[in-house]
Write a protein that binds this ligand. Structure first.
Ligand SMILES: [Zn+2]
Ligand SMILES: [Zn+2]
Length: 293
């Protein structure tokens, strides 16, 4: 079971955990990149250049935290698809040996003190058969701005539900994957509840699931009861309680009104429930899954 951020003490910190500088294929220098996020209300940023560690040690200050990241591409045995693995928090450069398979790559990255997220499964063309065997990744990207704005494949919620329904306890992350060649920044982020703005606290919040993801809507509270879940959020047009297979519920505003809360009582067969809030612009927020008995 992940932490419910609404039951945890601490402050909210806004962050983007996937972005590229001109140290790989991004447009901006690490300084300009972190400056953009710092000036747009973010508290932390992960610069995750392709296959190399960008030195961010001089970019952090007391109000803005940089965390190391690297994005690795790992070939899949299925034609034309590959895994992109987001390594969060490595302390030094990691080299993946030529020909390493995806599970070997995940384990090697973790052995270097980093956590692994499977990036943009929809954009990568990954299927449930390629995702289900993976062990020890903490989650997948449920939303990726650059994958949305480049080819329309930004939302991987079907992949997430397929995995959750089959018993995988995975977190969902909204990220920009910003390259800044075109507008692909400031559209997907996570809100982490943590005691303080330190690498240790933010990484703990991330790995424990003490966060929600959003493209705009705010989730204000989630309470889990014996047989129901209740959510309060900023004004939205619909609230989806997503569960396994054909279970779950959508609550929709009527007659031009807007919703700020909803409840779902489950029938008893649900394996998990997670919340999506959809605003008037069609932007989503995603809670992490709650696993039910
Ligand atoms: Zn990628
Ligand atoms: Zn990327």
């Amino acid at each position: 079971m992940f932490e419910n951020p609404f039951d945890s003490a601490g402050n909210w910190y806004k962050g983007n955990i996937h972005t590229h500088s001109n140290n790989s294929d991004g447009e901006l220098s690490p300084e300009k990149l972190s400056g953009w996020y710092k000036n747009h209300g973010y508290d932390f940023l992960v610069i995750s250049d392709h296959d190399k560690l960008t030195d961010v040690s001089r970019l952090s200050d007391s109000t803005f935290l940089l965390i190391n990241g690297i994005e690795f591409g790992v070939a899949s045995s299925e034609t034309e698809t590959s895994y992109h693995l987001l390594a969060l928090g490595p302390t030094k450069e990691i080299q993946l040996p030529e020909g390493i398979d995806v599970q070997g790559a995940i384990d090697l990255i973790r052995s270097q003190g980093a956590e692994v997220i499977v990036a943009h499964p929809y954009w990568s063309g990954l299927t449930i058969n390629q995702l289900l065997p993976l062990q020890r990744a903490i989650g997948i990207e449920v939303f990726n701005t650059t994958c949305l704005t480049s080819i329309g494949k930004g939302i991987s919620s079907v992949h997430w539900d397929d995995l959750l329904a089959r018993g995988k306890q995975l977190l969902g992350f909204a990220v920009d994957d910003a390259h800044f060649h075109r507008p692909d920044h400031g559209q997907g982020w996570i809100m982490v509840k943590a005691p303080g703005l330190t690498k240790e606290d933010i990484m703990a919040g991330i790995t424990e699931g003490c966060f929600y993801s959003t493209c705009g809507p705010e989730i204000l509270d989630i309470q889990l009861h014996q047989d129901s879940i209740w959510v309060k959020c900023s004004e939205v047009t619909a609230i989806n309680f997503m569960s396994d297979f054909s279970r779950g519920k959508r609550v929709q505003a009527e007659n031009g009104d807007l919703l700020t809360e909803a409840e779902f009582k489950w029938g008893g067969k649900e394996r998990y429930v997670r919340v999506e809030c959809v605003d008037v612009a069609g932007r989503l927020a995603w809670s992490n899954p709650f696993f039910l008995k």
